[in-house]
Ligand binder design. Structure first.
Ligand code: DAH
Length: 337
C-alpha cells in the first residue's frame, strides 16, 4: 500500500514525540473523538463516491497502524526519559556521608550517676526533692530563723509566691526525716541556685549532693568513712585532704573537708583562688534543732550530714577550670566528654 500524505505526516509526528504529554496530545489529535481519523471517516459522505472507498481504507489502515505504534512509542519515551534522568543525576559513592550526631550524658550526669551507684551499694536511699522550695525547709527547719545572719551566706532567688529556689540540697534534710523512718541513710543530688555574681568558681546555678545518716549512735568517724569512700570512688586517685572547723547553723560541730587542688596540684590557680585548697565537702553532726524540726527526739537520734559541691567535683575530676562551662550549653565543650 502506498503511503498517503496523512500517513506520512502521522508517522513523522509520532517519531518527533518526546514526552508522554505530547504522546497523549498526538493520540487525541488522530484517534480522539474529534480526531483527524474519526472526523475523516465521518466526512466520507462529502467526498465524490468514487473516492470514498479508497479514503476509508486509508483512514482505517492508519488507525490500525497507530493503535499498535502508539503503545510502542510510549514504552520508548518512558525508557528514554528514565535514561536521561539517570544520566543527569549522578551519585558519587566516594562522597562523605551525612552522619547523625549521637548525644551522650553530660559530665554532671556521669558523676552524679557514679555517686548514686556508690551510695546505693552502701544501702543509701537516693531521694529527689523540689527545686522550688519553701522557706521552712530551705532555712527555718535548718536552724536558720528569719533575721539570722547565716541567711546572708546564701543569697537567694525568692519567688513571687513566697517560696524560693533552693540554695542548697540541705533543704532535703528535714523532708527526709519526715518521710523516712530512722534509722536511715540517704543522699539527695540536685540543682541549687544562688543570687550571686559569677566567676571561674561560682555560678548562680550549680549542683550539689547532700548526704544524711540518722541513727542512735553516730560519730564523726562514721561520717569521714563515707566521705572518703565517695571521694575515692569518684575521683579515682589518691588525694590530700584536710578537715578544719567550719560553721553552719544546722550542724554542731561543723567541718570543712578540703582537698588539695587537682587543677594546679596545690600551687595556686583561679579554681582554688590561689590557695592550693578547694573546699569540697562541708559537713558535721546534725544540730539537735534540725532533728527536732524533723519531728524526732534528739536525745534518741543523732546524725551526720555533708553537702558535696558536685559541680566542683566534676571540675576536679575532668580538670575543668571554669564552673560556668558546665551549664553554659556550649556543645564544643560538652562534646569532649
Ligand atoms: N548546705 C551547705 C551549703 O550549701 C553545705 C553544707 C554544710 C551541707 C554543712 C551540710 C553540712 O550537710 O553538714 O553551703
Amino acid at each position: 500500500m502506498e503511503h498517503t500524505d496523512i500517513f506520512k505526516q502521522a508517522m513523522q509526528e509520532l517519531a518527533a514525540v518526546r514526552t508522554i504529554q505530547d504522546l497523549h496530545a498526538f493520540e487525541a489529535r488522530y484517534l480522539g473523538r474529534k480526531g483527524l481519523i474519526t472526523m475523516g471517516l465521518k466526512g466520507l459522505k462529502k467526498l465524490p463516491p468514487d473516492q470514498r472507498k479508497q479514503r476509508a481504507i486509508e483512514l482505517n489502515g492508519l488507525r490500525k497502524e497507530l493503535e499498535s505504534a502508539i503503545p510502542k512509542r510510549e514504552a520508548e519515551v518512558i525508557r528514554r526519559q528514565a535514561q536521561a534522568q539517570a544520566e543527569n543525576e549522578h551519585f558519587d559513592i566516594s562522597m562523605p556521608g551525612i552522619t547523625n550526631r549521637a548525644g551522650h550524658a553530660h559530665p554532671l550526669t556521669l558523676v552524679q550517676q557514679e555517686i548514686m551507684d556508690v551510695f546505693e551499694r552502701m544501702g543509701f536511699y537516693v531521694m529527689d526533692y523540689p527545686e522550688a522550695e519553701s522557706d521552712f525547709f530551705n532555712f527555718e527547719a535548718l536552724n536558720i530563723p528569719k533575721d539570722h545572719p547565716a541567711r546572708d551566706m546564701q543569697d537567694t532567688f525568692f519567688l513571687e509566691d513566697g517560696n524560693l529556689l533552693r540554695t542548697h540540697t540541705s533543704a532535703g534534710q528535714v523532708r527526709a526525716m519526715m518521710e523516712l523512718k530512722p534509722p536511715f541513710a540517704a543522699i539527695f543530688p540536685g540543682r541549687v541556685y544562688r543570687y550571686e555574681a559569677t566567676d571561674a568558681s561560682h555560678d548562680h546555678t550549680f549542683d550539689q549532693v547532700e548526704g544524711l545518716m540518722l541513727d542512735h549512735r553516730i560519730s564523726v568517724a562514721n561520717m569521714l568513712y563515707y566521705m572518703q569512700t565517695l571521694l575515692e570512688a569518684v575521683l579515682k586517685r589518691s588525694m590530700t585532704v584536710r578537715l578544719r572547723p567550719g560553721y553552719f547553723p544546722f550542724v554542731e560541730p561543723g567541718f570543712e573537708l578540703d582537698i588539695q587542688c587537682m587543677v594546679c596540684g596545690g600551687k595556686g590557680c583561679p579554681v582554688c583562688k590561689y590557695s592550693g585548697w578547694v573546699e569540697l565537702m562541708p559537713c558535721g553532726l546534725v544540730h539537735p534543732n534540725v532533728i527536732r524540726a524533723g519531728k524526732l527526739d534528739p536525745a534518741q537520734w543523732q546524725g551526720w550530714a555533708f553537702g558535696l559541691g558536685m559541680s566542683r567535683m566534676v571540675m576536679m575530676r575532668y580538670e575543668i577550670d571554669d564552673i560556668r562551662l558546665l551549664t553554659g550549653g556550649d556543645l564544643r565543650f560538652i562534646e569532649q566528654f
